[in-house]
Design a protein around this ligand. Sequence first.
Ligand code: ATP
Ligand code: MG
Length: 472
Amino acid sequence: MSPRGEAVNVQGARDRLTRFAWPGPLVSTLDRLAAGGHQAWLVGGTVRDVLLGRTPGGAFDVATDLAPERVIERFARVEPIGLVHGTVLVLEDGLEIECTTFRREAAYRDARHPDSVEFTRDLDEDLARRDLTVNAMAFDPRSGDWRDPYHGLADLEAGVLRAVGDPLARFREDGLRPLRVARFTATLEMEAEPETRAALAGARDRSALVAPERVRGELERLLGAREPSRGFELLHEAGLLDLWLPELEAAFGVPQNRFHAYDVYTHSLRTCDAAPADKPRVRWAALLHDLGKPATRVVRDGDGTFYGHENVGAELADARLAALRLPNDERNAIVHLVRHHMFDYRSTWSDAALRRWLRRVTLDAVADLFDLRLADVVGNGTRFGFPHQLEEMRMRIEALLAADHALSVADLAIDGADVMRFLRIGPGPRVGEALSALLEDVLDHPEWNERATLLERLAERRANAPEAPPTP
Ligand code: ATP
Ligand code: MG
C-alpha cells in the first residue's frame, strides 16, 4: 500500500526493471562510476519509461555521488553539457548516458541559472530536488536495489503527475516545471493531480523568465506526443500558453465559418494532433498554420473569411520560432509549410500549372505539405473537403516526376556558363534572368528542354532584347 492508499505492485515493478535488457555499455558505465565505493543509479525518465513498458527515449539518465570532474576523468568520450548542474554526457559504444552528480535544489534567483550547486552524497536528497514523483525513482540494475521515497510508482500506476514536495514552491524554484508538467501530460498520457494543477499558474512570473532554449526543448518533446493538444490545453487552462505561444492563445474563441466545426485555436490543436508524430516540422506547421487568421478575419455574407492568412501566419510563425531559438533551417522549413498550406488543387489544373506549383513549393516540401493538408482536413472536424482531390493530385505529381521534367533552373539542359558564352556576357543578374525565362518556357513545354532548342530560344531573346552594354 502507498501512503495514499493505493495497492502498489512493488515486486512487479522491480521484476520489470530487473528483467529489462539494459545495454552492456550502460551497465559497465555504472560499474566504472561506482568503482572505489561510489554510488551509481538509473533515475528519471530511464526508470519511469521502463516501468511504463516503453523503450527509454533519448539519453539514459544516471545519478552518481562521484564529482563531475571525476566523472570526466573516468571516460574517454565525454561532453560537459551541463557542468554547472553537475551533468556530464558520457558517450559509450554509441550510447548517450547523462550522468548527473547528486545535488540539492539550489535557488534560481534569476529563474534562468542556479546561483550555486550544492552536491551531496545522499541519493534521497537528490531525488527530493526532482520535479515529479514519477521522475524521482532510482534503480540499480547491478544489485536490483530500488528507491522510491516519494511513491512515484503508485502515481505512475494511477496515471498521476504530482510535484515532489510543495508544488507551488517547486514551480517557483524553476519556472520551466509547469511546462514540463504539460509535456508529460501529453507524452505520458497522465493527469496532473489537483494540487499540482492548481499551482501551475502561481509561478507565472518565474515561468516568464525561463530561457527560450529550455522552453523550445520541452515544446519539441511535447510535439512528439500522440496528442500534443493535451499539453497545450493544460497550459491554456492554467493561463500560461500566452507566455510561450501568444499567437496561439490569441486564436482562442476566434470563430471560423461553415467549413469548420471549431474555433481557430481548437482547430490548430486538432490539426497538430492529426499530423504525423514522427515529423516534428509538420507538427509545428500544423500547430502554427492558421496563426494569421485572427488578424485577417473579415465577415462576408455572414461567414468568416481569412484572405491572405497564410502569409500573415508565415510571418507570425517566423517571428515566434525565432524567439524560441529554433535552428534557422528548421524554422525556414516550417514557415515555408505555413506559407504554402493553402494550395487549392483542382482537376482542371494543367500539367504546366502543376509543374509551376511544384517549382514554387519545391519537391523537398511536397510530402510534408500533403501531410499538413490531410491533418488540416481532419482538424476541421467536418466532412467538408474530403481529400479525394489530394489523391488525384498525388498521382498526377508522381506521373510528372516519372517523366523527369525540369522543375528548377538546375534541371535545364544548359547552364549559366552556356548562357554567358552564348550571350557574350559576364556573370551577373542577366544570367539568372535568362535561365529563369527558359525555365518558364520549359514548364509549359517540357519537350523544349534540349540544348539546341534552348540555345535557339536564347538567340530569340538576344534578338528581341534591347542592346545591352558590352561587359568588359
Ligand atoms: P525524457 O524521457 O524526455 O528524457 P526525463 O524525465 O528523463 O524525460 P530529462 O530532461 O532527461 O527528462 O531529465 C532527467 C530527470 O532529471 C527527470 O526525470 C527529473 O528527475 C530531473 N529533472 C529534469 N529537469 C528538471 C527540472 N527542471 N526540475 C527538476 N527536476 C528535473
Ligand atoms: Mg531523460
